[in-house]
Design a protein around this ligand. Sequence first.
Ligand code: KIV
Length: 268
Amino acid sequence: MMKNKVTIPKLKLKKQRGQKITMLTAYDYLTARLLDEAGIDILLVGDSLGMVLLGYENTLPVTMDEMLHHTKAVAKAASHALVVGDMPFMSFHTSISDTIHNAGRFIKEAGATAVKLEWITDAAQKTKALVDTGIPVMGHIGLTPQLVHQMGGFKVQGREERQAERLVDEAGRMQDAGAFAIVLEGMPAQVASNITQALTIPTIGIGAGIHCDGQVLVTTDLLGQNPGKAPKFVKEYTNLQKQILSAVGEFKHEVEAGEFPSKEYWYE
Ligand code: KIV
């Protein structure tokens, strides 16, 4: 284990010291190695991989097997970052024993340190059961993509006072249940700020403003690999899509023109 390995107590300390936490999604070994080398605190193997890597319309079809496959690759690459596996739809929606069984697979088979649960009515109860078993849990409230049908699309949550109060309550219940951190997704910055101040565990925002204890983005969004229109909260730090298209176009042109491989690229 690396000396500067990120741990759950270190993440809590960061909040106490006012130091921001960085989290990015990772789905494969190659990318995870780079994010780890760059010093990102948490690598989240998000179920967003269903949409980003596998071309699903939403995250609902993602299976445990798909999640474990990608989590294994990411965990192998992470020598510094803490790896969190995202519990896919229906992996924690039935019994507590199914929830413990599935979460345990992320830790035992895939090498994750913790799991993330999107909010459902009994999320706090399931969190407590996991924490009691020794499995660290990250919560996730607000715009929770697994509730896409109930929300009627990917919509910002907590704009109305009653909804905002409900989010504060959910966050408190996750903390009381033993969650070590919580993702706040798609909510007004003021609501996220109120939650962040009310909690002793770190909040990690996505589309939730600047006042969270940390920030997370889907890595392919920040690298400009999103084929459609990116949501408002995404900042594209580069545009890999353009760079890849240009490099691949050049390769195609050179092969078709009989220019590649030139002498320096073949064996005598
Ligand atoms: O699945 C995912 O990538 C996520 C993050 C956007 C928080 O849940």
